[in-house]
Design a protein. Structure first.
Lengths: 125, 96, 130, 130, 125, 96
């Protein structure tokens, strides 16, 4: 974690679900994009199996539908640059940040609590 | 203080670990719906790091027949108390 | 205090709607105000106007409507989540060339931006998920 | 072999419908027959005739209808689960005094007994749940 | 487990969800009742948090809706008398068969597999 | 032989324990949808009691970007192979 990591903002969206199996991830990302489009400072926290949303090399769904990988690439365009993940979740899955498609700051529990405390609105998906 | 609300039991879902990771030292955790199974003496150990900041919703305990099975360390509140907890909190976070 | 609720669970399949309605009654009884219930994810199914539950079960759609009538609580449904799931008001139905509609007032189809506005505008937003 | 599928997940919210359609195509390609898809629990939402997904997403209702047209697969929806959730065909809508309907052929509202008959009658029943 | 426990039949319904939180338990019981009404030999297996459906003293739901406790009392009327539970699930919850509202046979894993193998149709809820 | 189908990962749901309890000595387990996360080297230990009777659906592995992350002990099948597994099985049981 970089020393200068900023843990506050307006809206924090916590993404706990992986792509494809449910629409939670996509609907959570939609909420984040809309909040950013409305001019709010938005942060994302990937937690639990949600960290798998960040894996490189994801493909389309069973009926050819797009995954969320392309949406993640759009985050910078919406000025969503505060991207965090729960380091414990990633470690439990035996993965490292090297296999992720975006630069995301790993956080330990005290910082996760600070992140949640530092945002006016917290939405979990 | 933030009120965290959990509606899954540690006996079937691991989401409680993420909820605990997100809790600050003053935060409170309220078990509701199927989450009240976490108040069973066999399950409360999963929440021991938060000590006496663990609550469970009485109406859901009763609905599940768990009224008499709840661990003594859990603070039982009714739905009026649930609202009071949200009034006292700066905000709420739901885990599911 | 001014409250809003976010309901993400389908009625009958999950307890989310039941819990939200119980919470709504309790917060009103304590003198708070419930500005709005926002329906997202499978919560949008709460707006299905044709719901016909057995007579000995709570009628959730009616319970939401009563909340609107008695307390002025707005019932806002995320339009993107609703269209995918077949929940269209008259306007959307005609826009999509479909006959008939499945959502009617006081439920309103609205953008997700309303959820963000609400979440930042009220004193407390409480989420009820499946 | 003769197959039936049981779909219990809502479209768009869960992968169940997508997985079931993919499996249906694969079993047919291997020369099996798909007698019926039975929709129960939140799976009944697959029958919502007004579903209007964005154009770049698969249209699940249409995909089910094609399965019926091209392979004669019956599309049966548990009536008790459907009524609670606001899914009524013309007959049930009029029986319940509602104007409009949300389910139309080839989807058929039917009793849960059909699921048991199917499960015991076909060679393989495969469940796709949320 | 009694020595004479019969582990086969036509339809096995596995109930893995507790009452109230979702409709899985109720919809699973409905399937069991319908199968029995159609003359099939039906068995029930309570597993995971589904064993909590058997607890004595359950109450109505948040809006006064009936729970499933009354339905359990109707099972005998439908000749559903092969009632089993996963003994490990019950033990994990720290409960014993004394706190249950119905006589149900506890099964260990080899018998659970035999139960599943012994039924033509297995539905999980 | 019975084919058991699991669509939840042991990293978030404990339903895999019930599925394993229901498996006979010849039965097979197929991981599908989010369940394919169970094929990660960090997760397969949860399934070690069933040895080489663990399968995962290729299309879902690919969709999740897990194609190169799958443990060597897991037999990967495509959806045609999924159908073949159901043809070979006496019946199927889905766990979710």
């Amino acid at each position: 974690m970089q020393a200068e990591t900023v843990l506050d903002g307006d809206v924090l969206v916590i993404l706990r679900h992986p792509p494809h199996g449910s629409s939670w991830l996509r609907e959570g990302l939609d909420a984040a994009l809309v909040a950013a489009a409305f001019g709010q400072a938005v942060s994302l926290l990937f937690q639990g199996d949600g960290v798998l949303a960040l894996l490189q090399g994801q493909g389309p769904g069973p009926l050819g539908q797009k995954g969320t990988s392309a949406t993640l690439d759009m985050l910078a365009m919406y000025d969503i640059e505060s991207l965090f993940l729960d380091a414990t979740s990633l470690a439990r899955l035996g993965l490292s940040t090297d296999s992720l498609q975006l630069p995301v700051s790993p956080l330990e529990p005290p910082s996760i609590a600070a992140l949640i405390a530092g945002h006016r609105l917290v939405l979990t998906f | 203080m933030i009120l965290h609300i959990l509606n899954r039991s540690p006996s079937s879902s691991l989401v409680y670990r993420d909820a605990l990771a997100g809790m600050g030292p003053e935060d409170r955790l309220l078990l509701v719906e199927d989450g009240v199974h976490g108040a069973l003496p066999s399950q409360v150990r999963h929440f021991e790091v938060i000590g006496d900041r663990l609550f469970a919703l009485r109406e859901d305990l009763v609905a599940h027949g768990l009224d008499g099975h709840c661990d003594a360390s859990v603070q039982v509140v009714d739905v009026d108390g649930f609202v009071a907890l949200t009034e006292e909190a700066d905000k709420t976070v739901s885990w599911f | 205090m001014r409250y809003a609720l976010l309901v993400q669970g389908a009625p009958y399949s999950s307890q989310a709607s039941h819990s939200a309605l119980r919470f709504a009654a309790a917060l009103l009884a304590r003198g708070n105000r419930l500005e709005c219930v926002f329906f997202y994810h499978d919560g949008v199914y709460n707006a299905a106007r044709l719901a016909a539950p057995p007579q000995d079960e709570p009628h959730l759609v009616d319970a939401w409507v009563r909340l609107n009538e008695e307390h002025g609580t707005q019932l806002q449904v995320c339009i993107a989540a609703a269209l995918r799931r077949g929940l269209l008001d008259e306007r959307e139905a005609s826009r999509h060339g479909k006959s008939g509609h499945s959502v009617e007032p006081p439920f309103e189809l609205t953008g997700l931006g309303q959820l963000i506005d609400l979440g930042l505008g009220v004193d407390r937003l409480v989420t009820f998920a499946p």
